[in-house]
Design a protein around this ligand. Structure first.
Ligand code: DI6
Ligand code: FE
Length: 398
């Protein structure tokens, strides 16, 4: 069988997230994978004779990975935005039956097609900024059928666009107002997880460990089932208060602990020991006008990898831009632009347990983003400007 022609990209600046390449660089793509990357002057002779695509000095990074989203949901919460501006707090709105519960009602009422059709524009906004992989959570069903519907919708998105979708089951997202937390976990959440897993709809299991949601002990029951099913876990932890979710995540060797604004020094050490990624979500911090910043300096000191994501959700983070998330993380959390870029590529892939994307190296998927910028720092520096020139997904320009 004849192999397809390799795609040879030349005259590029490369930010590989792996071995550094200085001076004009080249990338060879074959069968959807990167097979060679390096300085253009070292391009093997066989490829030097192949048809080359001159990138004219543009920057190539790994395609972005959005490792924490609630992309699939019904309705919107613009009225709550107004209420918060009028002085109501996020927690008070949630306790009064608004917040997540209002999106639950909107999601239950929507048809499967409607959920697909309202998620697509949000997905397209991410893809337009060079994203190749998106994590999508359930959690706005809080009943057996709607949780599974959300995960089916997420899977459908990958058949409608050139993108990879990773599904997280988030049945433990909120306590339905007519239910009691412990019985909800045992009678609805865990059976729905088992059913979704049996249908191949789950790649990881998430929870919301917060004073307006579930305690560490309740989440631990869900995580124990995840473990039994062989599914990795991750957790919304320490966003609005210190609940002990980070320590729980570390105990279960979670892929990631997300938000982590209130994480303590002991929490940071536990994440480091467990190899758990800290996923920072500056969109929620900004939208809720929070003031407690995550312990970035401690993450650095202990070598905890920091990923960045949009947390795209209709309540606390109606954000569909990883470029803006990078700018917010630098401005509000004092990440360096280099950390922000690693955060949306290499570390985000790691937060999903993916080792085949998030960097440019031989053997990895050719998920690439070509940018009309001179330096990597430009990606984090501009506000609401998209310099994407080309997105390459599994070797295919699209
Ligand atoms: N992620 C979540 O799941 C919650 N907060 C967060 O950052 C709630 C999302 C919502 O308000 O709908
Ligand atoms: Fe979230």
């Amino acid at each position: 069988m004849q192999r397809p022609h390799p795609l040879v990209l030349t005259n590029a600046r490369l930010a590989t997230m792996a071995d550094p390449v200085s001076g004009p660089g080249a990338i060879v793509v074959e069968d959807g994978l990167v097979t060679w990357v390096g300085a253009q002057t070292d391009l093997p002779a066989a490829h030097a004779r192949a048809e080359q695509h001159d990138m004219q000095g543009r920057l190539i990074t790994p395609a972005f990975v959005d490792c924490h989203t609630h992309l699939v949901h019904g309705g919107h919460r613009a009225r709550e935005f107004e209420m918060r501006l009028e002085g109501a707090s996020y927690e008070a709105i949630a306790r009064e039956g608004g917040g997540i519960m209002s999106t639950v009602i909107a999601t239950r009422t929507a048809s499967e097609d409607q959920l697909v059709n309202t998620a697509l524009p949000r997905l397209d906004a991410l893809l337009a900024e060079g994203v190749s992989c998106v994590e999508v959570k359930s959690g706005y069903g809080l009943d057996h059928d709607t949780e599974l519907t959300m995960l089916r919708v997420a899977r459908r998105l990958a058949s409608l666009r050139p993108v990879r979708i990773r599904n997280s089951f988030l049945g433990a997202h909120a306590v339905p107002k007519w239910a009691e937390a412990d019985s909800y976990i045992d009678e609805i959440c865990i059976p729905a997880l088992r059913a979704a897993h049996a249908q191949g709809l789950v790649d990881a299991v998430d929870g919301f460990c917060e004073n307006i949601a579930f305690t560490p002990a309740q989440i631990a029951r869900v995580f124990t089932v995840a473990q039994e099913l062989g599914l990795p876990v991750k957790l919304h932890a320490e966003q609005l208060s210190h609940m002990g979710g980070t320590a729980l995540a570390a105990r279960f060797r979670a892929l990631s602990a997300d938000h982590v604004e209130y994480a303590t020094d002991a929490d940071v050490r536990a994440l480091a020991a467990a190899g758990t990624v800290a996923v920072l979500l500056p969109g929620a911090f900004y939208a809720l006008r929070e003031t407690q910043v995550p312990p970035v300096e401690a993450f650095r000191a202990h070598g905890v990898p920091m990923a960045l994501a949009t947390d795209c959700n209709p309540g606390s983070s109606p954000l569909t831009s990883l470029l803006l998330a990078m700018n917010l993380a630098c401005t509000l959390f004092r990440l360096t632009p280099d950390e922000a870029l690693r955060g949306v590529t290499l570390q985000a892939a790691r937060a999903l347990g993916l080792r085949d994307t998030g960097a440019i190296a031989p053997g990895l998927r050719a998920d690439l983003a070509v940018w009309d910028v001179e330096t990597p720092a430009e990606l984090a520096y501009r506000i609401a400007f998209n310099p994407l020139y080309l997105r390459i997904f599994g070797g295919q320009p699209c």
